[in-house]
Design a protein around this ligand. Structure first.
Ligand code: TRP
Ligand code: SF4
Length: 329
């Protein structure tokens, strides 16, 4: 019997990269194995607007493509409700109500708010919507009375704020919402091919849809142990991003052998990367097959989203009736 609810979302900012796959999506997929949980996964298209409100041309296409990437990676519509945030207007209603009870100081001291405002200089982020980002995220979570929210570390401040907002609501209007908890993904950190954090905006990502020569090319360009300049230099696999990838894509036996051969300069980086390309190609092949299938059957995807939206909407409506009663509005 499903007694707990899992909920998570992702902003549609383009194709999924392997950082998204290992940092979040695989965790979502793994949770499909738990029969004590119901799962809700959604496209956070309103959240995409908080920073990209001036460039909305790709939004619909990216939302659809992201759902296809999810399905390709193994999200199963029979086990997970897949929906689109902007189709469930109740999120916006709850967002308004939560905005009334959220102190501005809570939002201004949010570390990811401060960090993004400092880092992103090519967009004007001094908007009301951007400051309110975590209030909308809180509405997304508690409207489904979610118990668990699987996310990457970068999202922890938002989940903590959600807990504070839910507690405040319960305190003011009576017990309505469970206090959600995060579920963190434990995975070795994957960097982009240039050694920085894998991010679409850095142009250093390997995408879930990459294949063939393009994929090989990217892996060949990957940053390795900077001290291993010549073929006979001993390497330090623990500091090498290629090694981190091997841990995810190669057999345990190969990884063990590689550690030794790298440390003793028995293998060259070129060969090591070639082996990685082969392993990644094999792992992505069934994903590509499913992605092609859904790309060629867009009505199937539309149907999955329509069914998911209806399931999500029914729950959101029920919660909002309780919320309106609690607030007496
Ligand atoms: N902020 C999340 C991200 O950038 C996306 C998101 C929006 C989310 N609403 C959510 C995640 C609710 C978990 C729960 O990835
Ligand atoms: Fe990295 Fe492989 Fe080169 Fe070792 S051999 S430094 S693990 S690329």
């Amino acid at each position: 019997m499903a007694t707990k609810r899992v909920l998570s979302g992702m902003r549609p900012t383009g194709r999924l990269h392997l950082g998204n796959l290992h940092g979040a999506l695989n965790n979502w997929i793994e949770l499909q194995g738990r029969d004590d949980c119901e799962r809700f996964y959604f496209v956070a298209d309103w959240h995409a607007l908080t920073s990209d409100y001036a460039e909305t041309g790709h939004l619909r296409e990216w939302s659809r493509q992201m759902v296809i990437d999810w399905l390709g990676a193994g999200l199963d519509p029979d086990k997970s409700t897949i929906f689109v945030q902007s189709a469930i207007k109740e999120h916006a209603e709850l967002f308004v109500l939560l905005s009334m009870i959220t102190p501005i100081a809570w939002l201004e001291r949010n570390p990811s708010y401060k960090e993004m405002k400092e880092e992103i200089t090519n967009k004007d982020l001094s908007t009301f919507g951007f400051l309110g980002y975590p209030v909308l995220q809180s509405a997304d979570i508690i409207i489904y009375k979610a118990n668990y929210v699987p996310v990457g570390v970068d999202q922890l401040p938002h989940i903590e704020l959600t807990r504070e907002i839910a507690r405040r609501f319960n305190h003011l209007y009576g017990d309505t919402f469970p206090i959600p908890e995060h579920i963190l993904t434990a995975f070795p950190k994957l960097l982009g091919i240039d050694g920085r954090k894998m991010s679409k905006s850095y142009g250093n990502s390997i995408y879930i849809g990459d294949s063939g020569e393009a994929l090989r090319q990217k892996i060949e360009e990957m940053f390795t142990d900077p001290q291993r300049v010549r073929r006979n230099d001993p390497g330090r696999p623990e500091l090498c991003n290629v090694y981190a990838f091997h841990k995810l894509y190669s057999t345990e036996a190969f990884v063990l052998e590689l550690k030794n051969s790298c440390e003793n300069a028995l293998i060259g980086c070129r060969e090591c990367k070639k082996r990685l390309s082969d392993a990644v190609c094999i792992a992505l092949a069934p994903i590509h097959e499913r992605i092609d299938h859904y790309n060629n059957n867009s009505s199937v995807v539309e149907e999955i989203i329509a069914v998911g939206n209806a399931q999500a909407k029914a729950i959101a409506q029920e919660t909002m009736e309780q919320v309106r009663a609690a607030v007496r509005i």
